[in-house]
Design a protein around this ligand. Structure first.
Ligand SMILES: Cc1cc2nc3c(=O)[nH]c(=O)nc-3n(C[C@H](O)[C@H](O)[C@H](O)COP(=O)(O)OP(=O)(O)OC[C@H]3O[C@@H](n4cnc5c(N)ncnc54)[C@H](O)[C@@H]3O)c2cc1C
Length: 383
């Protein structure tokens, strides 16, 4: 029997920062992951965008804290995580999009975002070459940015190990063990671990993990593709999010990383649910047509690689974080949808404080919004 205070299932975008935050608080923590190293689940499929530009208080507060952690990481800890403070740009071509983006500004400003709706000429300066036809302006939030997902998770991992967290890779958790309705540990195909608290940070595989404790949760894996191009001279720095729908898709987004490569993604409509990660032939023609229409100067750029990964989706597009009400000791930190990279660092701290009974007022805002007990009625506008 291997004992600890907390066992986390999942060394991904959420599990690793949570382990690090628990380590900071001196709580004896183990992390179990079926893959051979950190970030090999969905973390490495993320394109690297980190924004606090959301439509709801909990997400804004959480992501502002994540941005603070990421922006100061290299100074405080020395690792280069390829933080690029390029901002997020949401151009508006339709009256309805202008209205939506402007409607969100009061809540975004209230919760401390530096964001404004800019004129078309200002947008053209931020994104040189953007299609000017019908451009009405757009929002720009200069504090947002991007990181390398794998450099970041490995930096967090090394810090967690230094703080005494123990990682077990190559082990699949198959059964959450209960006694009298309380968590007592977890069984993998190799070992048994005992702990009174189990954190479900299993991402798209949280439903099957939770089911082993008899708990059903509303998280559904849905797949998204990403791609990266060859390098060209950097000419813009922001993440661009076009919220207009297109044939078979909702929004799409892209940026140019520090190496000059364009990285991009699209949101399929209808969603493609399930855990299949095979790339499709539909993705590149669909997304490239849309990107080149928005930024015609990219038309000769060559794509080097595509991939497909999973979002752990919830019905309302917001995470699923907090104590499970049926099973004492089971705590969910999952359902990050398409935002686990940007939410993970802050959620890790909130979950650690929840376990240590040190929740702050700001944590309460986050925990209420992401509560597993909420009704899932509304939709986050910028999910
Ligand atoms: C194409 C694409 C682009 C994206 N771009 C962005 C972006 O720009 N910004 C952003 O914030 N997010 C982005 N995302 C979303 C982001 O990748 C996810 O939200 C995030 O990785 C989810 O984090 P997680 O910790 O919940 O899951 P993961 O990172 O997948 O971690 C879960 C871990 O649990 C492990 N696990 C699961 N079940 C078990 C088990 N039973 N036993 C042992 N181990 C287990 C897995 O191996 C995995 O390592 C993108 C996703 C995709 C697919």
């Amino acid at each position: 029997m291997k004992k600890s205070d907390v066992v986390i299932i999942g060394a991904g975008s959420v599990g690793v920062p949570t382990a690090m935050a628990l380590g900071e608080l001196g709580i004896k923590t183990r992390v179990i992951d079926m893959h051979p190293s950190p970030g090999q689940g969905e973390n490495k499929h993320a394109i690297g965008g980190v924004r606090a530009t959301h439509s709801s208080p909990g997400k804004i507060v959480a992501c502002r804290r994540s941005l603070e952690i990421l922006a100061t990481w290299q100074n405080l800890h020395g690792d280069n995580i390829e933080w690029l403070k390029g901002g997020y740009l949401f151009p508006a071509y339709r009256k309805s999009d202008e209205k939506t983006l402007k409607r969100l500004l009061p809540v975004q400003n209230k919760y401390g975002l530096s964001i404004d709706f800019l004129k078309p000429e200002e947008i053209q300066q931020i994104l040189p070459g953007i299609n000017p036809k019908g451009l009405r302006g757009g929002t720009f939030s200069p504090e947002d940015g991007s990181i390398s997902p794998l450099l970041t998770i490995n930096a967090f991992y090394r810090r967690a190990v230094d703080l005494g967290v123990i990682f077990h890779f190559g082990e699949r958790a198959s059964q959450i063990e209960l006694k009298n309705g309380k968590v007592i540990g977890v069984k993998t195909h190799l070992n048994k671990y005992t702990a009174p608290v189990l954190v479900d940070a299993a991402g798209p595989f949280s439903p099957e993990l939770s089911l082993s404790a008899g708990v059903k949760i509303p998280v559904v894996p849905d797949s998204h593709e990403g791609a990266i191009t060859e390098s060209v001279q950097p000419f813009f720095q922001c993440m661009v999010v076009d919220i207009r729908p297109g044939p078979g898709s909702k929004n799409f987004y892209f940026y140019q990383n520090l190496h000059g490569q364009l990285i991009f993604c699209i949101t399929p409509d209808p969603p493609i649910t399930g855990t299949d990660k095979g790339e499709t032939a539909a993705f590149l023609p669909q997304v490239c047509a849309r990107i080149v229409h928005l930024l015609p100067r990219l038309k000769n750029l060559r794509v080097r690689r595509t991939w497909r990964g999973l979002y752990p989706m919830t019905p309302d597009g917001s995470p699923f974080v907090g104590h499970n009400k049926q099973v004492e000791g089971l705590l969910h930190a999952t359902g990050m949808c398409g935002q686990g990279l940007m939410l993970g660092p802050a959620i890790g701290e909130v979950v650690a404080r929840l376990i240590a009974d040190q929740v702050t007022d700001a944590d309460q805002v986050i925990l209420e919004e992401f509560s597993p007990c909420r009704k899932f009625e509304s939709q986050e506008a910028l999910k």
